[in-house]
Design a protein around this ligand. Structure first.
Ligand SMILES: *[C@@H]1O[C@H](CO)[C@@H](O)[C@H](O)[C@H]1NC(C)=O
Ligand SMILES: *[C@@H]1O[C@H](CO)[C@@H](O)[C@H](O)[C@H]1NC(C)=O
Ligand SMILES: *[C@@H]1O[C@H](CO)[C@@H](O)[C@H](O)[C@H]1NC(C)=O
Ligand SMILES: *[C@@H]1O[C@H](CO)[C@@H](O)[C@H](O)[C@H]1NC(C)=O
Ligand SMILES: *[C@@H]1O[C@H](CO)[C@@H](O)[C@H](O)[C@H]1NC(C)=O
Ligand SMILES: *[C@@H]1O[C@H](CO)[C@@H](O)[C@H](O)[C@H]1NC(C)=O
Ligand SMILES: *[C@@H]1O[C@H](CO)[C@@H](O)[C@H](O)[C@H]1NC(C)=O
Ligand SMILES: *[C@@H]1O[C@H](CO)[C@@H](O)[C@H](O)[C@H]1NC(C)=O
Length: 497
């Protein structure tokens, strides 16, 4: 996977084109728009499709490890009422003894398997059959507490210990969670309500969290209604997330535009290296994907960047936040990220990079290409004043660096503000490239800038609509400079639209 990502990122570097690319590019653009559209249509219809499958015997689980067990062998009862924590723990323990012989597979058959949090082991495959649902117990007394994550200092929502994730793993190797689209359901409603009513005393637990581990595969399943973050690989290497559906209510969350850190129902990648996320459908109550690497001095001290991450072929929806976001916690640094073939629909923002004074670190070598925005508030956002800090103080003179960020082949319709790149005097945004962008605007105010910049420097290449901000240099399709940008300090940021 290292080679795959490195190779991909290797030939991505944007260079001025020596045409006659226009028609071929249009052809490819058409191809992937068609592919995304079919994924989209398939997603919208497949719930009905699933119902018609009822009555047909579901396919038996494939044998993916030398030893295969069924949860019922360990006393599991899939009636939605019986607590199966011990059955899961016994199953995991049996598999933990088989590590040297290739590990084992634990099949979760059709049924509703209520459980409290449990830990995984190395060399395990957890296989969720069609109509198998792992249900999280709702009473928090069953959720064990564990220390806060180091790069979050004292804790995220509350200082002190935090709740475990439902399915938890740390210091593991070779873990697979897959199936025939079975579901892990966090039954998060009660947690969200208690969170709003301020009845919780500890940071909520994610649905699936894997820490300090490597060689992780999550595929062919559905994750829904997490109490908190949905899928949280933290300081891991070699993680693949493929063909996963992630669902949560899209507007059951407070407006998270900077102030309230609380309601993250997102899939979050934290200080990870060599990671692939592809072919997923994500519709949640916060960012669909958020790449992070630590919070202010805690993140600087922890010192782990997120890099070599490929995110592609996704359909994402985020009513209150963004499709794909980087930051605002990025103090360990974020680089070598490729985001391609993404459809963002009915969302507040498309792609967002956010940071603030005090973070330190960098966001650099980020490549976005083949993006489609459908009914999105702001398409591309870079924001440098996302001032949310740990309680225990921070040093505002430690500044992050934002540079070398490119967007190629961006399309859209019903977008209010296609681009808003808001650097500041202390955190300028350097070397942003936008190539071939045509984004249709939702409705028009006369004379309002749709491509807004401040303290930003960069270049546009080829056809770019709406017209770029003055700050940027403009090149034509042949790579010839057409217009030199004015001072990068010019600001036409307008939050009115
Ligand atoms: C899997 O299940 C989810 C939720 O029921 C559904 O939205 C999705 O379309 C299903 N995926 C497949 C491949 O059937
Ligand atoms: C899982 O393992 C961690 C680390 O050993 C431990 O802190 C936690 O309590 C365990 N969780 C459960 C549910 O046993
Ligand atoms: C995605 O998963 C579903 C079952 O969840 C399976 O039917 C389908 O073939 C998978 N698609 C890919 C591309 O792996
Ligand atoms: C990454 O993990 C996968 C799945 O466990 C494994 O097949 C592959 O060999 C790993 N890649 C590297 C470079 O370790
Ligand atoms: C996911 O499903 C596809 C299609 O059935 C299959 O090829 C792939 O191996 C599955 N992934 C895992 C990890 O089992
Ligand atoms: C978010 O959901 C609300 C309620 O359905 C809707 O009115 C609003 O338009 C949605 N926002 C976006 C950006 O789609
Ligand atoms: C600007 O960024 C691109 C990557 O987006 C990189 O290839 C290029 O070398 C950078 N230019 C400068 C002058 O640093
Ligand atoms: C404007 O930008 C230049 C660099 O182009 C910088 O040296 C100068 O300090 C900036 N001035 C203000 C007022 O921000």
């Amino acid at each position: 996977m290292v080679e795959r990502s490195a190779g991909k990122l290797g030939w991505l570097i944007v260079r001025p084109k020596t045409v006659p690319f226009a028609s071929r590019r249009t052809f490819f653009a058409f191809l992937w728009v068609a592919a995304l559209a079919s994924l989209f249509v398939w997603q919208r219809n497949s719930t009905n499709g699933l119902l018609t499958l009822d009555g047909i015997a579901p396919a038996p689980p494939p044998k993916l490890r030398p030893a295969v067990f069924c949860l019922t062998e360990f006393g599991g009862v899939g009636d939605g009422v019986t607590l199966n924590t011990e059955a899961f723990e016994r199953g995991v323990r049996a598999i933990s003894e088989l590590g040297s012989r290739g590990g084992g597979q634990l099949n979760v058959p059709p049924g509703r398997w209520l459980t409290a949090p449990f830990n995984l082991t190395s060399h395990i495959t957890l296989f969720l059959a069609t109509h198998a649902v792992i249900l999280a117990v709702q009473d928090e007394k069953y959720w064990p507490l564990m220390p806060p994550l180091p790069s979050y200092g004292d804790g995220r929502e509350h200082p002190g210990p935090r709740y475990s994730s439902l399915i938890h793993g740390q210091n593991l190797r070779d873990v697979v969670i897959t199936g025939h689209n079975g579901t892990i359901n966090g039954q998060g409603q009660i947690w969200w309500t208690k969170f709003f009513q301020k009845l919780l005393h500890h940071t909520r637990g994610p649905l699936v969290q894997i820490l300090w581990s490597s060689d992780i595969v999550i595929s062919n399943i559905t994750l829904r209604d997490s109490p908190f973050w949905t899928l949280h690989p933290y300081d891991c290497k070699n993680v693949t997330v493929k063909n996963v559906t992630i669902l949560a209510p899209v507007y059951n969350a407070p407006n998270t535009d900077g102030i309230d850190p609380g309601m993250y129902l997102l899939q979050m990648l934290y200080s990870c290296e060599d990671m692939l996320i592809e072919d997923c459908y994500i519709s949640v109550g916060d960012d669909a994907i958020a790449v992070k690497s630590g919070w202010d001095h805690y993140g600087i001290a922890y010192g782990k960047p997120s890099r070599n991450i490929v995110i592609r072929n996704l359909v994402v929806r985020s009513n209150v936040s963004s499709g794909i976001s980087i930051g605002s916690e990025m103090s360990g640094g974020v680089s070598d990220i490729l985001v391609e073939n993404i459809l963002v629909w009915e969302s507040r923002r498309g792609m967002r990079i956010k940071t603030a004074p005090g973070r330190g670190g960098y966001v650099s070598q980020i490549t976005f290409r083949n993006l489609v925005f459908k009914n999105v508030g702001v398409g591309i956002v870079i924001k440098t004043d996302y001032n949310q800090h740990p309680v225990s103080g921070y040093d505002p003179t430690i500044l992050p660096i934002l540079s070398d960020i490119s967007f190629t082949n961006v399309r859209g319709q019903g977008v209010r503000v296609p681009v808003r790149i808001q650097g500041s005097e202390e955190i300028p945004v350097r070397n942003v490239t936008i190539q071939d962008m045509r984004v249709g605007i939702a409705y028009s105010y006369v004379n309002k800038p749709r491509f807004q910049c401040s303290f930003a420097q960069g270049q546009v290449l080829g056809t770019v609509f709406p017209a770029p901000c003055e700050n940027f240099d403009q090149y034509n399709e042949q790579g010839q400079l057409v217009k030199q940008g004015s001072s990068m300090n010019v600001s036409d940021i307008d939050y009115e639209i």
